[in-house]
Design a binder for this molecule. Structure first.
Ligand SMILES: [Fe+2]
Ligand SMILES: [Fe+2]
Length: 245
């Protein structure tokens, strides 16, 4: 198992492991490393991936320098290897939203978590990251997404999930493959707030979208997010029976 490293925005690295046996055509599991004075890792990966992902981080910086570990929501690919990362980086703190700390981390984290400050971005020294609470988007009550202000990078977790092992970064279409994957897996927790939450992300006008499964996107992301919101609004109106249509 090998994890490849690609810089998708200045000092923002995509760590990608392709697992060919997952799903019909394989699946990438991507973590993102923000290289700053206080480096931040977004998503831990599953425990089985930890040795390969840790080697990938080490190609960019000393793993022991990691200061922050964050993830969108509690699932194995987002935070399974949290214990391994905290052991490898003694100065690292896991940080999550208020709900995630209350329902999971305060009890389960090997070290006390820090609640992400909601009123201001987290200043990493050279990079500034804000967290947006996005309950149930893509899924799970504790879900939240990150936005790095300097590079205009939205870390969108499972939004835009698509299958296969496509290029690390594309200016091309990620919406079509994402809609196909949604129809196939039905992974989004569709609620009346889904479309509005995604439109809130579009208002940030991201220039890069860091996708957890599939290619990341570079370019004007607001219209793409807008069309994704429309797709979910439409799906909600038609009812979940249309999901596989
Ligand atoms: Fe997920
Ligand atoms: Fe995921």
């Amino acid at each position: 198992m090998e994890t490849r490293v690609d810089e998708i925005a200045e000092r923002i690295y995509r760590l990608s492991t392709f697992l060919p046996a997952v799903g019909p055509s394989g699946f990438t599991f991507n973590q993102f490393l923000v290289d700053a004075k206080e480096p931040l890792l977004f998503h831990c990966g599953q425990r089985a991936l930890f040795p390969a992902v840790a080697q990938a981080v080490a190609r960019v910086l000393d793993v022991r320098r990691l200061r922050w570990i964050a993830f969108s929501h509690v699932e194995a690919d987002e935070c399974g290897a949290l214990g391994e990362w905290l052991a490898a980086a003694p100065g690292a703190t896991v940080t999550h939203g208020a709900v995630g700390c209350a329902i999971w981390l305060n009890d389960q984290a090997p070290r006390p978590p820090a609640r992400w400050p909601t009123a201001r971005p987290l200043d990493l020294g050279g990079r500034r990251v804000q967290r947006l609470d996005t309950p149930h988007v893509p899924h799970c009550w504790d879900a939240g997404l990150l936005y790095e202000e300097t590079t205009g990078t939205l870390f969108c977790s499972d939004l835009f999930t698509h299958v296969g092992d496509p290029p690390a970064l594309t200016e091309g279409d990620i919406l079509g493959p994402a809609i196909a994957a949604e129809r196939q897996f039905g992974y989004t927790a569709l609620t009346p707030a889904t479309g509005a939450t995604i439109r809130r992300l579009a208002e940030l006008r991201p220039r890069t979208v860091a996708v957890m499964h599939g290619s990341s996107f570079t370019g004007d992301a607001a219209p793409v997010l807008g069309r994704l919101a429309e797709f979910y609004d439409d799906l909600l109106q038609k009812g979940t029976a249309a999901r596989g249509a």
